[in-house]
Design a protein around this ligand. Structure first.
Ligand SMILES: [Zn+2]
Length: 127
């Protein structure tokens, strides 16, 4: 049986989504938004990385597909060379972003959103 169908993973996945305010920690998509499906993602792939909340983060299915090639077929089919390169670039950026410590990620997002005049810390979720 795959680890991802165990009750241990379901528990960890739920715990991480709660911690993250049921919000994608990359794009800010929230549970309940149209088409939003949330996944829990191992930052360092399991079993290489530890199976602990610190190594797991909430992503929407689209951001997850950018980070994890396994999830791509449902989103990206028959890409042109240019699209493929853009996807690889987005992949590298997201992997770098996810490798940051959580507070550094929050600062990064706060800086980005500040450019648009949004001061709420995205990582804190719905208040
Ligand atoms: Zn997302």
């Amino acid at each position: 049986m795959s680890y991802y169908s165990t009750s241990n993973w379901r528990r960890l996945s739920r715990q991480v989504k709660e911690r993250d305010g049921f919000q994608c920690q990359v794009c800010g998509d929230r549970m309940g938004d149209p088409y939003c499906v949330l996944h829990a993602h191992h930052i360092i792939p399991y079993p290489l990385g530890p199976n602990v909340p610190e190594n797991v983060i909430t992503l929407c299915d689209l951001c997850h597909a950018v980070v994890t090639p396994w999830w791509r077929p449902q989103w990206f089919r028959e890409l042109t060379q240019v699209q493929m390169q853009a996807l690889e670039e987005a992949h590298r950026e997201l992997v770098e972003f996810l490798a940051l410590a959580p507070d550094a990620r929050s600062r990064c997002q706060a800086d980005l959103w500040a450019c648009f005049g949004i001061t709420r810390a995205v990582a804190k979720g719905r208040s």
